[in-house]
Design a protein around this ligand. Structure first.
Ligand code: CP
Length: 312
């Protein structure tokens, strides 16, 4: 097993073998989730704190379920109800969680680099990045890879197109790093105003969706992030949908085996029509289901390293 990290901050720094270890571990955990009693004692006695400073449905709930399926105790701390609003720093909050004998912190934060800051300052705690600003969302990309692997049998040579707001998307960055390391051929498509500088060094870039879709196996549509956007990056949501959405017309023209994915939450009628969201091409809910196995794998692998560190 090639896993030596006490933290998971991003996929940019991970080796292909490390990503494979997480995906294979998640595969072995999937069976537990089909049992009548969906629980194993692997993390009994461990405490996982979910510290979320931004809204979340999928990530927070699946981390909590993952920890519970492994018999860990869980604590959910919402940033807006924590003492951070009274002026406590993020680092002091984390140190207090350590003093309360938490072992692993799962952190979602609007500031890129926040999980790395905690990871460096807390040598005997595990830190998992659950999305930091516009930087990375590693477990989302891992569950995306697991979902593609489930359907297509592997990732090597798979042609993936990521569509939409690449500029503001931590999911796009983690997907590009992870999928490229696993041998997939990654392209992006969207208006140039929503492309980050230097993107052409990471992926092939398209601005015309109909041209970009040709020959692709997987289409990952990204959420338009109204909360992170300055105004004027595209003319209107209607225009955006016409140019960069999975319209019913585009849906009719898709090859039979093409997969439609979205990290959620979906803005129905903007990134995908309701028909596309519900179509046989869509594996959006399979992605959500795979999130639990991926997060079980990440928590378990980190716990093995922490156990070793604490013994020495
Ligand atoms: N994909 C994702 O991060 O969804 P949530 O914001 O609901 O966690």
């Amino acid at each position: 097993m090639s896993w030596t990290r006490k933290d998971l901050i991003g996929l940019k720094d991970l080796k292909r073998e490390e990503i494979e270890t997480i995906l294979n571990t998640a595969d072995s955990f999937k069976e537990i989730l089909t049992r009548e009693v969906k629980k194993v004692p692997t993390l009994k006695g461990w405490t996982v704190a979910n510290l979320f400073f931004e809204p979340s449905t999928r990530t927070r709930i699946s981390f909590e379920l993952a920890a519970k399926r492994l018999s860990a105790d869980t604590i959910n701390v919402s940033g807006s109800f924590s003492s951070v609003v009274k002026g406590e720093t993020l680092l002091d909050t984390a140190k207090n969680l350590r003093a309360l004998v938490c072992d692993i912190i799962v952190l979602r934060h609007s500031m890129a680099g926040a999980p790395e800051l905690l990871a460096g300052a807390l040598p005997d705690m595990g830190i998992v990045n659950a999305g930091d600003g516009m930087h990375e969302h590693p477990t989302q990309a891992l569950l995306d890879m697991l979902s593609i692997r489930d359907r297509l049998g592997g990732l090597d040579g798979v042609k993936v197109l990521i569509v939409g707001d690449i500029l503001h998307s931590r999911v796009a960055r983690s997907d590009i790093w992870g999928l490229s390391k696993m041998g997939a051929d990654v392209s992006v498509c969207g208006p140039l105003s929503l492309m980050p500088r230097g993107i052409e060094e990471m992926a092939s870039v398209y601005t015309d969706l109909d041209e970009a879709i040709g020959g692709k196996d997987v289409l990952i549509f990204l959420r338009i992030q109204k909360e992170r956007q300055e105004s004027g990056l595209f003319p209107s949501l209607r225009e955006y949908h016409r140019l960069y959405g999975m319209t019913d017309d585009r849906l009719k023209r898709l090859r039979r085996r093409v997969l439609l994915m979205h990290p959620g939450p979906v803005n129905r009628g903007i990134e995908l029509t309701p028909r596309a969201t519900e179509s046989d091409h869509s594996i959006i809910l399979n992605q959500v289901t795979n999130g639990v196995a991926i997060r079980m794998a990440v928590l378990y692998l980190i716990s093995t390293v922490l156990s070793g560190l604490r013994r020495t």
